[in-house]
Design a protein around this ligand. Structure first.
Ligand SMILES: Cc1cc2nc3c(=O)[nH]c(=O)nc-3n(C[C@H](O)[C@H](O)[C@H](O)COP(=O)(O)OP(=O)(O)OC[C@H]3O[C@@H](n4cnc5c(N)ncnc54)[C@H](O)[C@@H]3O)c2cc1C
Length: 512
């Protein structure tokens, strides 16, 4: 029987859409190349002892009336899938030699803390923070289809959106003449975008920064439970998910995409699958390459010309007989930079592969919830993340496996040297498990082109009003991925929900 919605990929955008449609009584079939669901949000186990989420660390917009809550309520999961709030007095701890700033949820308090550090720039700091808040609010209120009437009736918001539509974070820092150290403390969560201020869209930064200020969260029962709850909703409502099915061909009839051919990665057997509508959670550009760009309208072809977000290095670690809370860790992330100029720090690591003065983030999932099902008693999970260049790792991997492993070791050792110097002197002595992931790991397990971190690069060009959305110009075929909507946990839930709204006319995601 032909399914109503054939969904290609079980990343969070695809799962969100699938769960909503299944709950609404539609027949949903998901094909996934990996052996588990969730895409970048999948959880992997090491033996019977430890569980790590591949990429998610913290999320936002989970409070009542916000996107994640509205979505879970629609699925009647809001009491089952709950979240723990990060410390509102400092959810991100920013550290660099000579400076420390804990970012609080309260913007007035943030302004005061920054003014205390940079008293000569008190006025510029207050104005900058107000501008960021106004911009984020204007973007939040923006309807999905802009009308001249909306712009005219909201002149203040429209002015902000017009003024900063091409701006990078660096350009706005410069406009307000913030001192370099203040810029760095504010932008130290650059790994949340995998871009330095020079390249990062001001809009992208403002939305996320203000979003986290209003509430940074971690799931009470870990990310695995969120993903499993969506899978359960799909299966309980008659849907099906087939794993290790690698799509390698689209079946097209003129302008209509009718289905796909997929290889079973276990048996090597190829099968065809058909759907009334085909929903593409695979990277849109990668899918378009399989279909042939010439079949898309010229407008969609232009939107598909995005570049990818830089890739990353992850270290998943477990320490034993050591309480990270005794070393300044808690319900927050710690972002560290060895040097003040983040643009330079980024270039050294990303372009030159030089990690001698690293900038990175430390997250401690074990301290974010009282559910310790992810590791045994007496153990705690701690993870490290920074940028890494896909081409460098890819070339090493195919030319010299030992050098590939050495490069991973080099990055890990550079980070740990700083950790032992500044935070946890005996870290290595307590380290009982370590696994590192490189750009090629992302590509291998999640099928992400060039191991990209956030889909299309989060530059002003890619985050413009010409951004790709669900519409493909082909019939019965829709994009549903971070690069055709919004990246991140909240962003991909919103992307899947908006496609559901588009196809069902059942509007709920923005209700509050
Ligand atoms: C290091 C890192 C840290 C991050 N941290 C956070 C964070 O703290 N908070 C946050 O909100 N976001 C974070 N993100 C971003 C977030 O993980 C992603 O934006 C989001 O998960 C993307 O979801 P998606 O549904 O668009 O696609 P994906 O998760 O990429 O899913 C696509 C799916 O398609 C499948 N697929 C691909 N090709 C094929 C094929 N040919 N056949 C079959 N299946 C295929 C893949 O296996 C995958 O399951 C992070 C990302 C990275 C890389």
């Amino acid at each position: 029987m032909k399914t109503d919605y054939l969904i290609l990929g079980s990343g969070l955008a695809g799962l969100s859409f699938g769960a909503l449609m299944a709950k609404a009584g539609k027949k949903v079939t998901i094909l996934e190349a990996h052996d588990c669901p969730g895409g970048y949000g999948h959880t992997f186990a090491e033996g019977t002892s430890y569980k790590f989420n591949a990429q998610f660390h913290y999320v936002w917009n989970c409070g009542e009336g916000r996107v994640v809550h509205n979505f879970l309520k629609k699925l009647n999961l809001h009491q089952e899938v709950t979240f723990e709030r990060y410390d509102p007095n400092g959810y991100d701890h920013m550290r660099m030699p000579g400076y420390a700033l804990d970012i609080p949820g309260d913007l007035k308090l943030l302004t005061q803390r920054l003014q205390g550090l940079f008293p000569c720039h008190a006025e510029a700091i207050a104005k900058f923070i107000a501008e960021v808040e106004h911009t984020a609010d204007a973007l939040d209120k923006l309807p999905s289809s802009l009308s001249p009437g909306y712009l005219l009736s909201n002149p203040g918001d429209s002015y902000h959106l017009f003024k900063y539509r091409h701006a990078t974070l660096q350009q706005v820092f410069d406009q307000f003449q913030l001192p370099l150290a203040a810029q760095t403390l504010l932008a130290l969560q650059w790994p949340d975008f995998m871009l330095p201020p020079r390249d990062l869209s001001f809009f992208g930064w403002a939305v996320l920064f203000i979003g986290y200020c209003r509430g940074a969260y971690y799931p009470t029962k870990h990310f695995e439970h969120v993903i499993n709850s969506l899978v359960k909703t799909i299966l309980d409502n008659g849907g099906e998910i087939f794993y290790q099915q690698k799509i390698n061909q689209f079946i097209r009839n003129g302008k209509t995409i009718c289905g796909v051919a997929a290889e079973d990665l276990n048996s090597g057997k190829s099968s065809e699958y058909f759907g009334q509508d085909v929903i593409c959670n695979i990277d849109p550009k990668k899918a378009a390459e399989m279909i042939g760009f010439e079949h898309f309208s010229s407008s969609v072809q232009r939107k598909l010309l995005y570049d990818y977000s830089p890739s990353n290095f992850m270290a998943y670690c477990v320490v034993k007989d050591l309480d990270l809370r005794d070393y300044g860790f808690g319900r927050w992330n710690l972002f560290h930079s060895e040097q003040q100029d983040l643009n330079q720090a980024f270039d050294e690591m990303y372009l030159r592969g030089d990690y001698s003065k690293p900038s990175f983030v430390i997250t401690t999932p074990s301290l974010l919830t009282d559910d310790h099902s992810d590791c045994p008693e007496g153990h705690q999970i701690i993870e490290f993340l920074t940028v890494a260049n896909y081409d460098r790792f890819h070339d090493l991997k195919i030319s010299d496996a030992a050098q590939y492993r050495n490069k991973k070791k080099e990055i890990f050792n550079a980070i740990i040297a700083v950790v032992e110097r500044d935070y946890i002197p005996e870290f290595s002595r307590h380290l009982v498990f370590k696994m590192t992931g490189s750009p090629t790991t992302n590509q291998r397990f999640c099928g992400s082109p060039a191991g990209n971190s956030y889909g299309s690069n989060l530059t002003p060009k890619n985050l413009s009003r010409h951004r790709l959305d669900c519409r493909t110009s082909l019939e019965h075929f829709y994009f549903c991925n971070a690069s055709s909507g919004f990246p991140g946990f909240t962003g991909t839930i919103k992307t899947g929900s908006m496609l559901y709204e588009h196809l069902s006319a059942d509007l709920f995601i923005n209700s509050n």
